[in-house]
Structure formats: C-alpha cells, structure tokens
Design a protein around this ligand. Structure first.
Ligand code: SF4
Length: 940
C-alpha cells in the first residue's frame, strides 16, 4: 500500500510513467524521452542525416538486489533506448521486479553527479578531474606524513563489480592500511562468520532455483516478496508443487501473506524460538541421527542448551504460542528436504552471529545440508555483496578470505609481484598490517573516540565514501559530528548520496562522479555464488569515470600505480577488467575463484538458454555439464574445466562434478574428539573413504601422489598447501583422486573460539522486558574490539522502556534499494512510494490520536526526532512500530534539498530511520543492531 497523495504535478508524472516505462514503450512514446544527446558524448550527439542506425543488444545484470536477473539492453547509436528481461536466463526466466524493469534510467540519470565538485564556503563548485585528483592526492600524502596511513578509511562498495572490489582491496593494501570495508559488514557479516565457522564457507549453500525441490521452506527475518522479488517465483513454483511455507517475522509482511503458517515473534528472540523448534524435533526423535553422527561435531552440547527451552519458556520469551512452535517443527521435520531462508531480520542484531549459528545447527540436526531442496539460503542485499565479500574490501581479510596473517600477505605479495618487505613498509607497523581495520559500522566512532582509547596510532581524519550510502548505518547524529571533524570527506558515486547533503560543513568535501555498472564491464556474483559477466551497455555519462579508472588515477598520484597494475594492462588510464579477473583467478584458490576465467563467464552469458532452470546445469551446447555462472568453488585452473558447485557440502557428487564435504578448517581433533568426518562419509568416487585433513605438500607425499605433479608444479608446490600453491597442482591431483582440496570434516555445532560456543539467548540491549534482562544478559563491555571500545552491559543497564515504550524495527520495500538515493532518483520508482512512513498498530496510533497519512514524530533514546507519515495498520502488533530504511534527505523534520549539489537531490526524500537508531554491535563482527530498539510516538 502506498501513502501517496497525488498532486496535479505528480499525476502528470504518473501518466508519463505509464507511457514511458522501458519494457512496454513503443517507439513513439520513447521518442518523447530522447533528448539523450545532451547526455551523450559528442559523437552520439550529432545525428548525421540518413546515417544508418546501429542497434545492438547488450547483455547485462540488474544492479539492485542479489538475485542476478539478466537484462537485455537495446542500444541504438550508443544510446540506451529500451530494455527487456532476459527470457533465457535460468535465474529470472523473463521476469523482473519494478527495480529491474527500470534500470534503463541509468542511461538518462537526471540526478547523477555530472562532474567533479568541491565544497567552497558551503556551496559545491565544479572542478576538473585533474584538479580533483591533484588536490585530494596532495591532502592524502600530507595526512600520511602527519598521521600515518591508518588515518584514512575507505568505505568501498558491494556495487563494485568483482574486479573493482578486488582492485580497491589491493589499492588500500598498497596505501598501507586495513581500514577498508563495505556493505556486507552491515548486511551479512554475521552470516559469513556464523556459517563459515559452522560449515566451512560463509555463503548460501544452495540456489534460488533449488527451492523447486523443497518440501517446506522456513523464511525467518526475510521478506523476499519485497527484498528479492524474483526469488519468490522460484519458491512459489515449489509451493505449487506442494511445499509448505512458514514465515517468522514480527511484522505480517507481503511474504507472510503467502504462508501456510505465520509466526509473529517478539524482535530479538530468534535463538529462543529456534531452540524451541529444535526442542520438539529432539523430543519427537525427528532429527537425522546418521547425519549428526557422521558429519557433525558438538551436537550434544546443543542438546543440553535446547533442553532448557521448554515450550512454556519459549512462549514467555518469544511471545509465540506453544502450539505454533510445535507446528513449525513438525512442518519442517515431516516435509523434508526443508530449507531455511534468512536475511537481515536475523543478521542485524548484537547477537547476529549466534542467530545465524542457531539456524545453521537446525539444518544440521534435520540433515538438510548438502541436499537439493535443503540448505541454509541466505539472500544477500546488493547485486554484488557476495562477490565484494569474496574478493573485495574487507577490514579483516585479503581477497579470498585469506585473512591478514603474514602468510596471507606473502601470498598476495607474490601474486601482485611486489616485495613483501616493501609492502610491510607501507603500513604503520607489522602489527597494524595484521590487525583487522575499522569497520564501516563504527567509522564515526573512530573519529569521535578519545585518541587514548583507540587501538591504532591516530583517529580517522579522512574518509572516502565510495558507492556507499551513509543512511544505511546507524546513529547518524554521531556520524554527522564525525563528518564535521574530518580533514577531508570524499564521495565517489554515480549519485550524490546523503553524504553530500548531511555533513553541515563549509569546505573539505569533494564529490567525484563514478560510472554505474552499466557503463563498464566485469563480473558480478549473485547470492547463489553464480558469477555473471556484464557487458558495457553505454559509455560513461557526463564526466563520469569507472571506479577502476579512478583507483588508477589516485594510485598514480600517490605513487603506487606501478605496483597496482604490475600484471594488469592499462588502456587510457583504465586497468583492463579481464586482466584483473585473471589476477583473481591466479590468487583466490581458497574459494575456487580460479576456474572462472573471463572467457568461460562470457560463454555462459552467451549460452544462458542451455542451462536448466532448476538444476542450473547446461544440458547441451558449449557449456554442457557446467552449472550456470560456475557457482564457486570452481576449482583449479580454467583449463581444468571444473563445472562449479551448485550445492555446497553435497556428498552425492564427485568433487570434479560439483560435490563437496564440510571443510577441515579447525584441525583434526578437539577435546579428544575427531573433527574429521566418520568412516564411509565421503564424496562419491573419493579414493579416501573417511575424513581427511586439508591437502598440503606433506599430505600429498604421504599419500604417494606427489609424483603426479609435473616438475614445474612440484617446484611451485614445495612447502605450500592447496591455498598457496600458485600452480594449482595440489588441487588438481587431490580432485583427480576424488578428494576435496580442503579436506573432509565435520560441521561444528560447538564453536569454541566464539563468545558463545553454543548460541544462547541474550536479551536485546534496549529490551522492554526488563524482567528477562537479568536472566538473559548481554556481553560484558569490551575495551578493544576492531580497534575501538565497545559497549554492551553498560547500555543494557539503563532502562529506557518507561519513557520509550514501543519496540522499533525496520526493513525493506520493494520499490527501493539500500540507502535509496539511486532508486529514489529514478522517476519510475519514485512514483511508487513518495513518502517515508512508519507502520503503527491502530491501538498505538489511537494513543496519540494519529490517523493514516498524518505526520507523526518518532522519538528515540538518542534524542533524535524523526518526522514521517503514519501508516496505521495491524501488520504490526500493538507495541511495535516498523519503518523502511531506504529513505534519506530529511534531517529531523528538515528537508535537506538545498544542501545537495544543484539538481542532485533525489526525487523522493524523507527521514532516515537510521538517524534515530541506537547503539548495538554484534559480538563477533561489529554488525550494527537495526532490528530491535525502543521509541515513542508523538503527533506532529
Ligand atoms: S532487483 Fe533483484 S529481483 Fe528485482 S530485477 Fe533486480 S535482481 Fe531481479
């Protein structure tokens, strides 16, 4: 439902939308929208009479959510005139949601940044690229000299393609810091940590398409009808075939209305509920005993914790009736394979990693991992959160999850062909080189914090916001205060994000226009790990430059361009994208980003029609036998022709055909118990019929397989393991014998190196149930966590519930994406939802006399006041309010339009919920809390 009030102007705009929507417009209608020559390079601007029109179809991928829907862009004489959904893509099969159907707007981009700008006396002024690179570069060099390399934070993007994400991590490494991060920190870092520490890899196990095989699906903290709309088509297909649907959410979402069984949960009590479900599973003997015995470690510890969660206790803590919990357990257990889907309703909590692990364990108990129709299916947010996490700008890891230890740096020094000692010298110290950096969720605390409490030599003094919205982070007043303290703030984005308008500064801000993903080419990894190749649709608009060109220009100014592109060709200042991917292929053995050469990915895109839309396997044609997009791990060199891995941890296939066991990542035994898989539990065709450790040169020699390496491979593999052997020989030989390069182990239910080795319920930091806080307290405060002091108990100790009686939570809308500047600047989407709003139950609305469509204030314990429209609806229960997070452009009741650069304000502006969000961070990853806090209402 929309709260829109149609004004005459808006009505005209609506008609314009109806005639101009890209996928249906006829040539006549399109002609009215083609003053495009004003936005194109001169060559496209001057029509030659009677010149033939050159029309091409470019194959690209929607740049919004992570489903990976293909788009066919029709380009005439360099102008993007039309778009079609790709009917031959196995991921979207001809369907698009509203966001995907309107990406052609990137070919117009009225609200785009057009040229570099600089803030002078509070006004943005146009400058040249030369001036921008020179001035910013000079300031960076001075900063490095005065405060060291860790005084800079670069916030990268899950909107970068894989190559740009990789190059940015390399760029910041060569600069000499780990202060680099991106959106995954605040959407799925807890998933990555929780799932990786349980199974081995921190990624979605199956695919969207694989839901066709599910007999039951549990959606928890996930609203795919709005957040990942095309994924719903795959699930609805399963439902037509009889699959049961369970939805657990505090709010009756658009997804919930499809459910057979809807459970309304009190926000922040997911672990109690999952243990409640597992209580029934264990009580009824519904668990998969053989799977648990053969392939898991520590389930007994889980049983002990679950035994405490009797039905009455679960009901008291979660607010869910006892019978509803049992029904969910029964539906999952008796309709197997059953799958679990989760998103930010699970991850964005101070206990996010523990939440994720509880769900991962539930799937192990049911034996639902490694089977079609089962799995832990974690839908990522942006189009390339998965890829940017895999190979990009992470504060705690080099590309491929190599970590930051000396061995990891030496591996990449070799790949980059730079001297390790030189690289080390770029950092403040070896200790800083190996210490995780500042996270995007806390960068402003690293500015505002007293220097003596920082675990690095200086506070942050300069920040780059590179394709990242500030309003997707919490505590915006603290962020604004930090922005004002910085020496310099640089925004690099196709659109001027809220960063450009909210800082309140007079100078020291630069806006640099970046090209969108439709103005470059490269690879992008969908949530199911399939990698797709995007062709360049149009040349960069205005004076925009691609992200990788901007990286190169800065590197040249800062003196490390040679090292950045030593093995990457540079043409007209642009590092060649294919060469960057080849460098990823040469380095990221850990996650099998090695077999996915540009040539193979392009071949897949050209032959999409040959892939089966359920299995994702090519049944004919030049890709026959491959899985679509070579879902990683795609082992070995491209020449090995590994088909990709459609389902993680599937023992029914040989490794060479996409099978895998759980990863041996934690040694071979713990507390006297084996961590390796039981005898007989191994992949089809494996020559080792039991669990085994990861492969290295010693193990290969012990097995007598060393001689199967070529002499060149032996020379490269000596002293190395499967992750660091640049020849790929160790992997090749292991797979030839049917073995997984990373070993064959048990999944861990008991993670001894985490704050909670078995997940336990902890009350939210701002809990309205003060009686439960004493029973289920949060963690102790930490003096030093990701370089910053971090509070838990001292926040929870204050009772805010008397003054702020309502639970506040947030989520997504189908119309908008992320922080929303891009989609709220798109007139077709802006038409659909024109106002920021808050869902309020009729009972709570009546308390303050608020009616549907009227303005209200939301007040939070931080002192923030947010003005927005009331949507009075029983979708939320009494005592809970819900707000979408995509809005920005207002600041506590004030419209910031005049603070954007001229013409750069998005069409729709509104209050950002994150202006009011309160303190709270996951105890493992520093994920921010955005799903449970407290607030109160007032009538505006
Ligand atoms: S936003 Fe997501 S579901 Fe919608 S078209 Fe784009 S990729 Fe597909």
């Amino acid at each position: 439902m929309s709260l829109q009030k149609i004004t005459p102007d808006e009505g005209r705009r609506r008609r314009r939308f109806l005639v101009g929507a890209g996928i249906t417009a006829g040539a006549g209608a399109l002609a009215r929208h083609l003053p495009l020559n004003i936005m194109q390079p001169a060559a496209a601007a001057d029509p030659v009479p009677n010149a033939p029109v050159k029309t091409e179809i470019k194959h690209t991928v929607c740049s919004h959510c992570s489903v990976g829907c293909s788009v066919e862009a029709v380009v005439s004489n360099g102008v993007w005139v039309r778009q079609e959904p790709a009917f031959d893509s196995p991921l979207n099969m001809g369907a698009h949601c509203a966001k995907g159907a309107s990406v052609r707007e990137h070919g117009f981009g009225e609200h785009r940044l057009r040229y570099p700008m600089k803030l002078v006396k509070g006004k943005y002024q146009r400058i040249s690229w030369d001036q921008a690179i020179d001035e910013i570069g000079e300031r960076l060099l001075a900063l490095r000299q005065n405060a060291g390399p860790d005084a800079l934070m670069v916030i990268g993007s899950s909107k970068h393609n894989n190559e740009q994400a990789y190059l940015l991590r390399k760029w910041v490494s060569l600069w000499g810091s780990n202060n680099v991060d991106h959106q995954a920190r605040i959407c799925h870092s807890t998933t990555v940590a929780g799932v990786a520490q349980t199974y081995g890899y921190g990624a979605m196990t199956n695919s969207f398409n694989d839901l066709h095989y599910s007999k039951a699906v549990l959606f928890i903290g996930s609203n795919p009808a709005e957040a990942h709309p095309i994924s719903m088509l795959h699930f609805l297909h399963a439902k037509e075939l009889g699959a049961k649907m369970i939805v657990i959410d505090p709010r009756f979402t658009r997804t919930a209305r499809f459910a057979h069984h809807y459970i309304r949960i009190r926000p922040g009590t997911d672990i109690a509920l999952v243990w409640g479900i597992l209580w029934h599973i264990f009580a009824n003997g519904w668990e998969d005993r053989k799977f648990i015995a053969d392939r898991t470690y520590g389930m007994e510890e889980v049983r002990k914790e679950v035994a405490k969660w009797t039905p009455e206790k679960v009901s008291d803590v979660t607010g869910v009736p006892e019978a509803a919990v049992r029904t969910a357990a029964e539906m999952l257990a008796l309709n197997r394979p059953s799958s679990v889907v989760w998103c930010m309703g699970i991850t964005q909590h101070h206990v996010g990693t523990a939440n994720v692990r509880a769900l991962s364990i539930l799937q192990l108990a049911l034996g639902n991992i490694g089977v079609p129709g089962g799995g832990a299916n974690i839908y990522r947010g942006h189009d390339n959160v998965q890829g940017a996490t895999d190979v990009g700008p992470n504060a705690d890891s080099l590309p491929g999850y190599y970590g930051l230890a000396e061995g990891a740096w030496k591996h990449f020094a070799t790949v980059w062909d730079v001297d390790y000692e030189w690289l080390k010298g770029r950092f403040g110290s070896k200790e800083l080189m190996e210490k995780p950096g500042i996270t995007v969720s806390r960068w402003y605390d690293a500015v505002n914090e007293q220097a003596q409490y920082m675990d690095q030599p200086s506070n942050l003094r300069a920040v780059f916001y590179w394709g990242h919205a500030p309003n997707s982070q919490t505590r915006l007043p603290d962020m604004k205060a930090a922005m004002q303290k910085l020496d310099m703030l640089v925004v690099i984005d196709p659109y001027p994000s809220l960063t450009a308008a909210m800082h309140g500064r007079q100078d020291g801000v630069y806006l640099l226009p970046a090209a969108s993903q439709f103005e470059t080419q490269g690879s992008v990894t969908a949530s199911n790990r399939s990698i797709q190749w995007r062709e360049r649709v149009i040349q960069p608009l205005f004076e925009c430059k691609t992200d990788h060109e901007i990286m190169y220009l800065f590197a040249r100014k800062l003196g490390f361009a040679e090292q950045l592109c030593k093995r990457i060709k540079v043409v007209h200042n642009e590092p060649v994208v294919e060469d960057i991917l080849r460098e990823i292929n040469r380095s990221c053995w850990t996650i099998g980003y090695t077999g996915c050469s540009p040539e193979r990915l392009k071949l897949h895109m050209e032959n999409k029609h040959t892939f089966n839309p359920t299995t994702l396997r090519a049944e004919s044609g030049p890709c026959k036998g491959d899985y679509y997009g070579l879902p990683w791990p795609c082992w070995g060199t491209p020449e090995m022709k590994h088909p990709g891995t459609p389902i993680l941890y599937d023992l029914s296939k040989p490794i060479a055909q996409g099978g895998l066991p759980f990863r041996a990542n934690w040694g071979v035994e713990h507390d006297g118990q084996s961590l390796l898989a039981a005898d007989g539990s191994t992949n089809r065709d494996s020559e080792i019929d039991t669990g085994y450790p990861e492969f290295d040169h010693v193990f290969l020699k012990k097995l007598g397989w060393w001689a199967e390496l070529t002499p060149a491979e032996q020379a490269a593999a000596e002293g190395k393991n499967w992750k660091t052997d640049l020849s790929g020989g160790i992997i090749r030989v292991a797979i030839a014998h049917g073995c997984a390069p990373y070993g064959n182990a048990r999944a861990r239910c008991h993670v001894w190196n985490f704050p909670d080795p078995v997940p336990v319920h902890r009350e939210p930091l701002l809990s309205p149930r003060r009686d439960l806080v004493a029973k289920y307290p949060t963690y102790d405060d930490k003096a030093n966590f990701w370089r910053l002091p971090t509070l838990y108990k001292s926040v929870q100790a204050v009772d805010f519930s008397k003054d702020y009686p309502l639970i506040m939570t947030s989520g997504r809308l189908v119309e908008y994406e992320g922080g929303g500047e891009e989609t709220r600047s798109n007139p077709w989407l802006a038409e659909l939802q024109q106002h920021m709003f808050c869902e309020v139950n009729p009972q709570d609305a009546a308390q303050v006399g608020a009616k549907l469509g009227e303005y209200i204030w939301i007040e939070t314990p931080t002192g923030a006041r947010l003005k927005m429209m009331a949507m009075v609806t029983p979708r939320v229960p009494p005592g809970t309010v819900w707000m979408p997070f995509h809005f920005g452009g207002w600041w506590m009741g004030e419209d910031l339009e005049k603070h954007y650069p001229e013409g750069g304000a998005p069409e729709v502006r509104g209050e950002s919920v994150n202006t009011g969000w309160t303190y709270g961070y996951d105890a493992v990853t520093m994920m921010q809390e955005t799903k449970v806090s407290l607030c109160r209402l007032a009538r505006a």
